[in-house]
Write a protein of this length. Structure first.
Length: 347
């Protein structure tokens, strides 16, 4: 029903406006006591789907990638849809509006999206206020895992990047189950510093030291770009092993436009931004396979990028991912994609 009836209507409007419209309707359905309707769309419950990763128990291995529920406004409802985990963010210390609109574009022929949102969010403290419900949720034995994806404010000076990450880490620590250091988003100014290995070691070690101050330490993973060559991926493997990071998310959005069906004139009109969806399916899977093979499966990988079918998810798991995340595939395929993947895993 989603692809035949709902999606054509939604896709006739501006993508960012549709995003918030969809948010409101999912929340409204939940408030009306119709969470069973959300369950029916995408949820599959079976103990065989459980996964132990990072020392955490995921009810199923299909999660929602960061960027959809940036401000922790919809995590319970998204859990009702069938996700085994939801990653909020990217969150920054201070609220920021992000890049000028329009900044989100559909590539319908390619089944992709281009975005240059620029870490628009209401700030980490607005999110923690909403996440006070998490302690109530956990006391009720609802084990939806929540990840916290953190970054820096756009206006932050390079010498203060680490402080931004630490502020978000300290604020979110009581409320999320794992952390993601987002250092690979192509839509924010990085001054190249976030691509420097020496700085990454400094950042990772600072966050790990802060983690030691808590009785219940959180897993910390790094989100990487899909456009890295083999030498750069080797450096990522060395970095993860050297710093004893808990894992990697592969991968973020891409700046590569090779092989797209969308006309070049339209791409020029859209301009810069990160590409996601079907065009990055094979690239992200190849990155996962390389990391897993070259590291001899030394650390868990969350596979994300171009999952539009159950087979796409199975391919990433076969390549070496322990878990997978959806975003653009969820937009194009709807909640049934969650159900299809989990059913495929049980078959």
């Amino acid at each position: 029903m989603y692809k035949q009836l709902i999606r054509p209507i939604l896709f006739s409007f501006d993508p960012e406006k549709v995003h918030y419209f969809t948010f409101r309707w999912i929340k409204r359905i939940h408030k009306l006591g119709l969470s069973g309707l959300l369950n029916k769309m995408g949820k599959v419950e079976d103990k065989k789907l459980e996964r132990q990763v990072f020392g955490l128990t995921f009810t199923n291995p299909v999660g929602l990638a960061a960027g959809f529920d940036k401000d922790a406004k919809l995590y319970n409802e998204l859990g009702d849809l069938g996700f085994g985990f939801v990653e909020i963010g990217t969150l920054t210390p201070k609220a920021q509006v992000g890049n000028p609109k329009k900044r989100l574009f559909r590539l319908k022929k390619d089944q992709g999206l281009i975005n240059r949102m620029g870490f628009n969010n209401e700030g980490v403290y607005a999110a923690t206020h909403r996440l006070t419900k998490v302690s109530q949720r956990k006391s009720q034995n609802d084990r939806l895992i929540i990840g916290g994806n953190i970054g820096k404010n756009t206006a932050t000076s390079p010498e203060d990047y680490t402080e931004d990450y630490l502020e978000c880490f300290m604020a979110l620590h009581p409320y999320v189950d794992y952390f993601v250091l987002n250092v690979s988003c192509p839509n924010v100014s990085s001054h190249a510093k976030l691509n420097d290995k020496e700085y990454l070691i400094e950042l990772i070690e600072a966050v790990q030291e802060a983690n030691k101050g808590f009785e219940d330490q959180r897993p910390i993973v790094l989100k990487i770009a899909p456009d890295l060559n083999n030498q750069q991926l080797d450096e990522i493997i060395e970095l993860v092993i050297e710093t004893k990071l808990d894992g990697v998310i592969a991968s973020n959005t891409s700046v590569d436009r090779a092989g797209l069906i969308t006309p070049a004139a339209r791409l020029t009109e859209i301009g810069n931004g990160g590409l996601s969806g079907k065009p990055v399916t094979d690239t992200s899977t190849a990155v996962i396979k390389y990391l897993a093979t070259q590291s001899n499966n030394a650390f868990p990988i969350i596979g994300v990028g171009g999952i539009h079918s159950a087979q796409d998810a199975l391919d990433k798991l076969e390549a070496g991912a322990s878990l997978v995340q959806l975003y653009t595939g969820f937009v194009y395929e709807g909640p049934r994609l969650i159900k299809n993947i989990n059913k495929a895993l049980l078959s």
